[in-house]
Ligand binder design. Structure first.
Ligand code: G1P
Length: 299
């Protein structure tokens, strides 16, 4: 079965980025010159997704506007002969045959609840979830993470979640996989799970393999989300429902290829900007000497 739908939870208040997020959605913060949301939408369409569903809330209309056509701007660019910029603006819209729509999450009840809000659009088929906070950079020789995961899903036909090793002291910031057989899975790309725990303290964490914001889930997850059980932080957690899904079917972690930047965090966000700016040849020549000077001044 192919993965046709991607769910992008974007209803959060972005409090970690206040004051800028008072009037600008966190997902519209730019990394170099593109908003965060554009990276994940492009990743989804590249992986073959046909419909992207934003799980949104009030004040987030600008996210939909970003992917809509802007006739006035396009006419102005065309009149001035700015063809490259015109193309850049046109390319933001979903390609032919693909769509972006939005559903509302009326109350901030957690990531699990956000995903549940997309159920009527997803229907009874496997789907992807991408968290825009997690920007995952892959160079030209590696396919984007969701593409890697869709390929894996084609083979295993089971839910899988991107995982990566984090410092054991940081497990309380993530969902964490409890590997079925740590020795067997050591170093493998695909890791069979026997449980998942949301934000465990380091003393009780079953591993330091953290869940990163790319999921492919089977629709059996929805009834488990609908039971409304609250978990860590008093929220309906996606991680808890995935752990419960293990009673019915296998679920796997997938050690992806790529560099993940935590753009939900100010430091991670700056790292993403720095790293991706250095990828741009037009910026690198000025930026590198500047960074070197900063380093010298600070050491
Ligand atoms: C969410 C998930 C968590 C996951 C993380 C990845 O947490 O609940 O399991 O590890 O995203 O970024 P959040 O960062 O929204 O607190």
């Amino acid at each position: 079965m192919t993965i046709r739908t991607a769910v992008l939870p974007v209803a959060g208040l972005g409090t970690r980025f206040l004051p800028v997020t008072k009037s600008i959605p966190k997902e519209m913060l730019p990394v170099v010159d593109r908003p965060l949301i554009q990276y994940v939408v492009e990743e989804a369409f590249t992986a073959g997704i046909e419909q992207v569903v934003l799980v949104s809330s009030s004040g987030k209309g600008v996210l939909e506007d970003h992917f809509d056509s802007h006739v006035e701007l396009e006419m102005a660019l065309a009149a001035k002969g700015k063809d490259e910029l015109l193309q850049l603006v046109k390319d933001i819209a979903p390609p032919q045959g693909k769509s972006i729509s939005a559903v509302r999450q009326s109350a901030p009840l957690g990531l699990g609840h956000a995903v549940l809000c997309a159920r009527p659009v997803v229907g009874n088929e496997p789907f992807a979830v991408l968290l825009p906070d997690d920007l995952i950079w892959t160079d030209g020789s590696t396919s984007a993470v969701l593409t890697q995961m869709v390929e894996q899903f084609d083979e295993i036909q089971a839910s899988l979640i991107a995982v990566m090793e984090v410092s054991p002291s940081q497990t309380n910031l993530y969902g964490v996989i409890d590997p079925y057989d740590p020795e067997l899975d050591d170093g493998n790309d695909i890791i069979r799970a026997k449980g998942f725990v949301e934000k465990p303290s380091p003393e009780v964490a079953p591993s330091n393999l953290a869940l990163i914001g790319r999921y492919i889930l089977t629709p059996e997850i929805f009834p488990l989300l609908a039971n409304g059980k609250k978990g860590a932080g008093g929220e309906i957690q996606l991680t808890d429902a995935i752990s419960a899904l293990l009673e019915q079917q296998s679920v796997f972690g997938y050690r992806f290829r790529g560099v993940r930047y935590d753009c939900g965090d100010k430091t991670g966000y700056q790292m993403a900007n720095l790293a991706l700016s250095l990828q741009r040849s037009e910026m690198r020549d000025e930026l590198l000497p500047f960074i070197k000077k900063q380093l010298a001044d600070w050491s």
